[in-house]
Design a protein around this ligand. Structure first.
Ligand SMILES: Cc1cc2nc3c(=O)[nH]c(=O)nc-3n(C[C@H](O)[C@H](O)[C@H](O)COP(=O)(O)OP(=O)(O)OC[C@H]3O[C@@H](n4cnc5c(N)ncnc54)[C@H](O)[C@@H]3O)c2cc1C
Length: 542
């Protein structure tokens, strides 16, 4: 009998044990297969992923995730005497999570010391870790993803990149409030969104005026997450048009830069992470890229953060599914384990198939990022499928997690189960870094863009859609969601064909492409042996 299970009036029985001390890698059949199929299968690599999975699946790490979200960050705009402080205080658990992610290279392992893309399969290996970390705590991954992605935009200024890259690539997390060059490691944020326009950044009113060795920035950002980062990529209107800048927290002379944190957002989820409103009052910044090339420059970064949104949402779905299957294996109703009840099996198997498609797709997409520099077809695939995957997976996650919550009954609605946190966390990945419609517009842009022939070839090769069938010739914004949804499903099916057993890929195609999938999970027709197969792949039975 477990300690504490005897009360005065009853004994505690028929409750599932906590889902912890699990190897988040080895226990996840579809993840292991997707990593292997996309180039990450070396013996040493698999063992290292498993070590990461055991560590992040430990009770200790799961407790850190809870603690970091129970005590959200606090803004200290002023000190006791009324002087500006503009600092944010985080719970120690948040700092531990940051330290762990940075030590594991989630913020930088895809870059070489010169700020160039590291050799394959660096994207796939990082993505597998990112996927597992997202299952435990997602808020802190906001500065982690921005830091890794920012280097892609910084490549526009090799001199600045050369100075900053060693601090970014460091595996040491240094949360002290000091100039970046005095620190053992640094993190990077991003400020694009203003009050009058987030999607439409051309409406930015923040101005930049050349000033000595840099620019003086005046204006605001309505959302700027991770405000304790050491520097931010910021868009502002320079004399030559919308331009990208790097704004450090400390000016080159060592004084605190003029970034005034006005308020922290009171958010639905993502509570361990701080998202600020900020004003710049002649803040110092370096320009990166040409004046007027701001969008082009920062899009190099945004392409990578969009990829991470899709990976993180797939990770949230995986954790929710694992919790549901684990619970249903331990909970008895009417004398039977819940997982043996035919309707619950149908729900869980249908949910499992959704995650199969999501993880296969994100890992296939990472392989494209791994190969993009040497293969125009893979570059075109990455260009096209990143917004489609972000659109589809991030928008699927909230309803998916709600369904898993119900599998745990009342316990699923209660904070300690983790499901409420996963549920609150999910929508933000669909909103930030370009919301759903914006992702669909981006797919249309890719189909019509400069690399049209490459994209059409990638589309046809990897999804089976002939360019003529894709609607690419007659693109209509009003119908873009239907097109992009279909594209994401076809890309998932194709990815499953190369990473999962044929029975899984066929079931995905049949239930999601040749038949219309019902709005709710559990209505797809799956035969009993297939359900058994899918559920075993979610988690090995104890
Ligand atoms: C928690 C959180 C943290 C954030 N952190 C940051 C940050 O660190 N840095 C930063 O720069 N931003 C940040 N953002 C802002 C985020 O990126 C924007 O909210 C997002 O890009 C949408 O912009 P918006 O809010 O101005 O909405 P709008 O641009 O007004 O868009 C509203 C809706 O209209 C849709 N839409 C827009 N254009 C079209 C069109 N042409 N056709 C059809 N539909 C369209 C969009 O898809 C969206 O659904 C954060 C947001 C959140 C919620």
């Amino acid at each position: 009998m477990a300690a504490g299970s005897r009360f005065d009036t009853h004994e505690v029985v028929n409750q599932s044990p906590a889902f912890e001390n699990v190897d988040l890698f080895a226990s996840d059949g579809p993840l292991v297969e997707a990593v292997k199929a996309n180039g990450g299968g070396g013996a040493g690599l698999i063992a290292a992923l498993s070590a990461f999975g055991r560590h992040w699946g430990s009770a200790e790490m799961i407790a850190l995730g809870r603690a970091a979200n129970e005590s959200p960050p606090r803004l200290h705009a002023f000190d006791a005497k009324g002087f500006r402080r503009d600092t944010v205080e985080f719970h120690p658990a948040y700092h531990r999570l940051m330290g762990e992610s940075i030590a594991a290279g989630l913020h930088a392992s895809t870059w070489t010391e010169h700020g160039r893309h590291a050799a394959a399969p660096s994207e796939v290996l990082r993505a597998a870790r990112f996927y597992m970390a997202a299952q435990v705590e997602t808020g802190h991954l906001c500065p982690i993803t921005m830091t890794r992605a920012a280097l892609a935009a910084l490549a526009a200024d090799t001199a600045l990149l050369g100075k900053i890259a060693p601090k970014v690539l460091s595996r040491s997390y240094d949360p002290t409030f000091r100039p970046w060059w005095q620190k053992s490691g640094m993190t990077l944020g991003m400020g694009m969104t203003e009050k009058q326009g987030g999607t439409d950044v051309r409406a930015n009113t923040t101005t930049a005026v050349p000033d000595g060795g840099g620019y003086a920035i005046v204006g605001h950002k309505w959302f700027m997450s991770a405000p304790m980062s050491d520097a931010f990529l910021v868009l502002a209107q320079a004399p030559g048009g919308l331009t990208c800048f790097v704004m450090p927290r400390f000016r080159p002379d060592g004084s605190v830069n003029a970034m005034r944190l006005q308020r922290l957002k009171d958010k639905l989820g993502n509570r361990s992470n701080a998202s600020s409103e900020v004003e710049f009052t002649d803040a110092f910044a370096w320009r990166i890229g040409a004046e007027g090339a701001g969008m082009r420059t920062i899009l190099q970064m945004v392409q990578l953060t969009r990829l991470d949104c899709a990976i993180a949402s797939a990770g949230l779905m995986r954790m929710a599914l694992a919790q549901a299957v684990h619970h249903c294996r331990h909970r008895n109703v009417f004398g039977k384990r819940l997982i043996e009840e035919p309707m619950m099996r149908a729900v869980l198997a249908d949910l499992a198939l959704e995650v199969e498609g999501a993880v296969a797709l994100v890992m296939r997409l990472c392989r494209a990022f791994d190969r993009a520099a040497d293969d125009a077809g893979e570059a075109a695939y990455a260009r096209l499928v990143t917004p489609a995957a972000k659109y589809w997976i991030c928008k699927t996650a909230p309803a998916f997690i709600y369904e898993t919550m119900e599998c745990l009954g009342g316990n699923g609605y209660v904070e300690e189960s983790m499901l409420p946190r996963l549920y609150r966390e999910a929508p933000v990945n669909a909103i930030w870094e370009g919301s759903g419609n914006v992702m669909c517009l981006d797919v249309l842009r890719a189909l019509k863009g400069e690399a049209e022939a490459e994209v059409a070839a990638a589309l046809s090769r990897d999804t089976g859609i002939a360019p003529a069938d894709s609607g690419a010739a007659d693109l209509d914004e009003a119908h873009a969601r239907a097109l992009v949804g279909k594209l994401a499903l076809m890309a998932s099916a194709q990815a499953l064909k190369s990473s999962a057993p044929a029975i899984v890929a066929h079931a995905f195609v049949r239930t999601r492409l040749t038949q219309q999938h019902a709005t709710l999970y559990g209505a797809a027709v799956l035969d009993p042996p297939l359900m058994q197969f899918l559920l075993k792949r979610v988690l090995p039975e104890a």
